[in-house]
Design a protein around this ligand. Structure first.
Ligand code: FSO
Ligand code: SF4
Length: 545
C-alpha cells in the first residue's frame, strides 16, 4: 500500500504498511482500485456527455466512491470489493450507452475504461498496479493527487446536498472531467495547476449548494448556547456531518425517553432552528473526532457515525457503534436507507433504552451559530467595531483537529491573540479553543463559530461582504489572516476554494501535505504565499506585523 492523503501520513511521506489512521493494507489497495474504477467510469461519462448521455446512477456512484475513500470514513474491505464489482458493471453499461448514442468509443483507449476482474484475487492483483505510485513523475503525481483529494472533499459535500435533494449537473460533470484528466499523460504541469484551481472554483460552488440545501431545509443557523453537560436519560450520540440523518434520528427518538447528543462535527446541528423544537435534543457531548476512544466509552449509549471521522473502535464500546451511508467498519451494524431515503433507526433506539445515561465529562455551555446570515445581520456592529479600532484583526482558524501533539499550537495561538482580535472558525479545528474564556468585544464574542468544515463557505461570504462594505479591490486588503489546520481531504477542497477566491498568505499546519512535491509546494508558496505553521511567537509576529 501507499497512501499519503492525510496530514498524518507516516513519517511525513506516506503510510506503507498500515495507516496511522488504522486503515489496513488490503483496504488501502482496494480503495486505490475503486478510485481507478471510478476514473474509468469517468472516461465514459465524459464521452457520453458529448452525445447527450448522462447516467445519474454513474454520477452518484462516482460521488459516493470518492466519499467512501476519505480518511476515517470506511475501513470495510467487503464494501470496496462490492463497489468495484458494481462499478465495473456500471462502467460497461455506460460504454454501451455511449456507443448507442453514436459517441466516439475509439477515443477512449485507457486501461481504466476496459480492465476486467471478478474475484478478490483479480482485484488485489490489479490494485497493486494502479495506486498513487503508478504515476512516476513526482510533480505530476503530486498535482493529480491534489486534484483527486480536492474532488473527494467536493464529493462529500455534494453527497450531503444530494441527500437533501439538491444537486447540480455541472458539479458531477466537473468531477468526471477532472478524474478523467488525471489519467491523461498529455497534460503538462501547467495544465494540471490550472485544473487544480478550477477544482477550487467548483469547491466554492459545492459549498454554496450545500449551504443552500442546509439553510433552505433547516433554516439559518442562529446564535445558540449549546449545553455540554448531560441529562439523566439514556442517549444516542450522533457524529459526522449529515443533517438529514440528524433530522431522522430526532424525529424517531421523540417521545421514546431516549435523548440525543451531538459529537464532533455534528455540534453545529444545535444551531439550526428546525432542530431546536426537540426537547430531547440535549446538546453536545465531548470534543473532536480523535477523542472518541475515550468519549464513546463514557457516553454509555449507542453512537451513530454518519460520516468520517471514525476511529477503529475499541472492544469496550464496539458493539455500540452503528454506521450509515459511506461509513463502514467490519463487524459494526450498518443502517441502510430505503428507496424513499428513509432510515430506520429503531434498533439503535432500542439499544439505547438498555444503556445507562452518559457520564458527565464537562459542564456548562458553548456558543455558536455565527454563519453568514447571523454575522451579516450584525454587519453594522462588526463594521463599526472595525472602524473604531475595537476589532483590529480577524483570524480565520478553520479546518480540522487531530491527535498530533503539535496541534496544541492552535490552543496556544488562540490564547496569545491580542484582545482586540476575533477568531472566525468552522470545522472540528474549533475544539482546540472553543472552550477557552476569550471574552467578547462590545458584545461580539471573540470566537465566532460558523459551523462545520463546509461552513467555511460562510467565512468566505463574510469576507466578501466586508470587502464590499469597505470598498476594497482585493480580499487580501481586509484585516483578516488565515491560519488553517488541516487533516483530511475536505480541508483540501476548502483550501482550494479559498485559493480560487483569491485569498493569499494562508498559513497551513500542523505540517504541509505529504502529497505536495517540493516543486508543487513552491508553486503554492510563490503564487499564493502559502506558508507552513511556525512557532506561535513567530507566526504572531508575521500576522500582526
Ligand atoms: Fe473534522 Fe474529520 Fe469536518 Fe474532517 S471530523 S476532520 S475536514 O472529517 O470533515 O472537520
Ligand atoms: Fe496514512 Fe492518512 Fe492514508 Fe490513513 S489516510 S493511510 S493515516 S495517509
Amino acid at each position: 500500500m501507499f497512501c499519503f492523503q492525510c496530514q498524518e501520513a507516516s513519517k511525513g511521506t506516506g503510510c506503507t504498511v498500515r495507516g496511522i489512521c488504522g486503515k489496513p493494507e488490503d483496504v488501502a489497495n482496494l480503495q486505490d482500485l475503486l478510485i481507478y474504477t471510478i476514473k474509468g467510469i469517468s472516461l465514459w461519462a465524459v464521452e457520453g456527455r458529448k452525445v447527450g448521455v448522462v447516467n445519474g446512477e454513474a454520477d452518484e456512484f462516482i460521488m459516493n466512491g470518492l466519499f467512501a475513500t476519505i480518511t476515517n470514513a470506511n475501513f470495510n474491505k467487503n464494501v470496496f470489493v462490492a463497489r468495484v464489482r458494481k462499478g465495473l458493471k456500471l462502467r460497461d453499461t455506460l460504454k454501451e450507452q455511449v456507443a448507442l448514442a453514436g459517441g466516439d468509443t475509439a477515443a477512449v483507449t485507457h486501461d481504466a475504461a476496459y480492465f476486467t476482474g471478478e474475484t478478490l484475487e483479480d482485484f488485489e492483483k490489479k490494485a497493486t498496479q494502479v495506486g498513487v505510485l503508478a504515476t512516476e513523475n513526482e510533480d505530476v503525481r503530486s498535482l493529480r493527487e491534489l486534484i483527486i483529494y480536492g474532488l473527494k472533499g467536493m464529493a462529500a459535500y455534494a453527497a450531503h446536498a444530494d441527500n437533501l435533494g439538491y444537486k447540480k449537473d455541472e458539479i458531477f460533470a466537473f468531477m468526471e472531467r477532472a478524474l478523467a484528466e488525471t489519467l491523461n499523460d498529455g497534460l503538462t504541469a501547467d495544465d494540471l495547476v490550472a485544473l487544480t484551481l478550477e477544482t477550487g472554483k467548483y469547491g466554492v460552488d459545492v459549498m454554496a449548494l450545500l449551504d443552500e440545501a442546509n439553510t433552505s431545509t433547516y433554516g439559518n443557523p442562529e446564535i445558540t448556547e449549546v449545553n455540554i453537560g448531560v441529562g439523566k436519560n439514556p442517549g444516542i450520540l450522533i457524529s459526522g456531518h449529515d443533517l438529514k440523518d440528524m433530522e431522522q434520528l430526532l424525529e424517531q427518538t421523540a417521545g421514546t425517553g431516549v435523548d440525543v447528543y451531538t459529537h464532533s462535527e455534528m455540534l453545529p446541528a444545535n444551531y439550526y432552528p428546525a432542530f431546536k423544537k426537540y426537547d430531547h435534543f440535549v446538546g453536545n457531548y465531548g470534543n473532536a473526532w480523535w477523542k472518541q476512544d475515550k468519549e464513546f466509552d463514557s457516553f454509555n449509549g449507542p453512537i451513530l457515525m454518519t460520516t468520517n471521522c471514525l476511529v477503529p473502535p475499541k472492544a469496550s464500546y464496539k458493539d455500540r457503534v452503528y454506521t450509515t451511508s459511506n461509513v463502514g467498519f467490519e463487524g459494526l451494524i450498518h443502517i441502510e436507507e430505503d428507496e424513499k431515503g428513509k432510515k430506520d433507526f429503531t434498533q439503535i433506539i432500542e439499544h439505547a433504552k438498555k444503556c445507562a445515561a452518559p457520564v458527565e465529562i464537562e459542564k456548562g455551555s458553548i456558543v455558536g451559530g455565527f454563519a453568514h446570515h447571523t454575522v451579516l445581520s450584525l454587519a453594522d456592529k462588526v463594521v463599526d467595531a472595525v472602524k473604531s479600532g475595537a476589532i483590529k484583526r480577524f483570524f480565520v482558524m478553520a479546518g480540522c483537529d487531530g491527535r498530533m501533539k503539535s496541534r496544541d499550537y492552535y490552543t496556544e495561538f488562540a490564547k496569545q491573540l491580542p484582545k482586540d482580535t476575533v477568531i472566525l472558525t468552522a470545522g472540528c479545528a474549533k475544539y482546540k479553543y472553543n472552550k477557552l474564556e476569550l471574552g467578547d468585544i462590545g458584545g461580539i464574542p471573540r470566537i465566532l463559530d460558523a459551523g462545520q468544515c463546509n461552513d467555511s463557505y460562510s467565512l468566505a461570504v463574510i469576507a466578501l461582504k466586508l470587502k464590499e462594505v469597505f470598498e476594497l479591490n482585493d480580499i487580501n486588503e481586509l484585516p483578516i489572516s488565515y491560519n488553517i489546520a488541516w487533516y483530511e481531504q475536505k480541508a483540501v477542497i476548502v483550501l482550494l476554494a479559498l485559493l480560487h477566491l483569491g485569498v493569499k498568505n494562508i498559513h497551513l499546519g500542523p505540517s504541509l501535505p505529504a502529497f505536495l512535491s517540493p516543486n508543487v509546494a513552491n508553486v503554492l508558496v510563490e503564487n499564493f504565499g502559502i506558508a507552513p505553521m511556525g512557532t506561535v511567537e513567530e507566526d504572531m509576529k508575521v500576522f500582526l506585523g
